[in-house]
Design a protein around this ligand. Structure first.
Ligand SMILES: [Zn+2]
Length: 311
């Protein structure tokens, strides 16, 4: 069946929280030390204005959700000893936010999200998780389907106390934002090459990218098959040294803008609470247990969507 991405009504929200929502679906990394988190809620679709909320345990959270049936629910990436005042900060998850709607290159033509761009977002998430685990050796990495994209949430103690500067540097590494200093296809150079190759392969020719003329874009597409064999030298030769430098510079920025960098460096951010409803599109935010088999249309569609009558 075709999923219609329209907003959930108040009645549908109430039905969802009363009949479908279960505390058992909350990931363990959320329920553990739940009292240390700040929660935020959007009750009417105008943004998370109801903040500084705290819950002693999942039972009180459950009661709140069932009574209020909020438009959206959020949880802090931060752990505080005094979450009600956002004081006495202890540590924060390190997160990456990929919103399929905001990706600078997508092969689909949709105006919100669809199967194609959500798949492209998931592919990027897989690549980034490989880098986070392989290159950076990070552990305790969780993937959340946010309703319109994906969050990577990292609860590795070695990084949770780090400041925004270090997080910003890691974002540049993982996304491939800087032109590498050498050409050896290892370490960071490999990350940059992989991300850039992926994004050049997604080009349709209609994109408008700062610093890249339509002719250069066309040539990049023309020679992209060279990148399948990692012939970066030849690829750059075909474009010419000045133009290839321009292209790679621009792609550094493009690579970076697939993630919302502001989210990654914000130690006090609130992120959509897994299990809650993304009411704008009527999808559930859920933990992705298996990256290879996850399909949002299978795991994240609330029951009420199937009961909707065609207009
Ligand atoms: Zn799309």
């Amino acid at each position: 069946m075709k999923i219609i991405f329209k907003a959930a009504t108040r009645k549908e929200r109430r039905q969802f929280y009363r009949e479908e929502w279960s505390e058992k679906d909350l990931p363990e990394f959320i329920t553990k030390d739940l009292w240390q988190r700040e929660f935020g809620f959007d009750h009417d679709g105008t943004g998370p204005n109801d903040r500084y909320k705290t819950f002693k345990n999942t039972t009180s959270l459950k009661r709140f959700l069932k009574v209020k049936a909020p438009f959206a629910g959020y949880i802090s990436v931060a752990f505080y000893n005094n979450p009600r005042r956002r004081e006495d900060w202890e540590k924060s998850e390190f997160v990456f936010d990929v919103d399929a709607k905001d990706m600078p290159i997508r092969t689909c033509n949709c105006d919100s999200v669809c199967e194609i761009c959500l798949n492209e977002a998931l592919d990027l998430i897989k690549d980034m998780v490989d880098t986070l685990k392989g290159d950076l050796g990070l552990k305790n990495i969780y993937i959340i389907y946010s309703g319109r994209g994906y969050h990577i949430r990292i609860l590795d103690e070695r990084i949770m106390e780090s400041d925004s500067n270090l997080r910003g540097e890691l974002v540049k590494y993982v996304t491939g934002a800087d032109i590498p200093k050498n050409l050896i296809n290892l370490g960071y150079t490999k990350v940059f090459n992989t991300r850039t190759k992926r994004n050049i392969n997604l080009l349709t020719g209609k994109e408008q990218i700062e610093g890249i003329t339509p002719k250069l874009l066309k040539d990049a597409i023309k020679y992209k098959n060279l990148l399948d064999n990692n012939q970066w030298g030849l690829f750059q030769e075909r474009l010419g040294p000045i133009r290839s430098k321009k292209l790679l510079n621009s792609f550094g920025r493009v690579n970076l803008s697939f993630v919302d960098g502001k989210v990654s460096i914000d130690l006090k951010r609130i992120l959509r609470l897994p299990t809650t409803l993304h009411s704008k599109v009527s999808m559930k935010s859920v933990e992705v247990k298996n990256l290879e088999t996850f399909d949002p249309f299978k795991y994240a569609v609330p029951k009420f969507v199937f009961e909707r009558k065609e207009p």
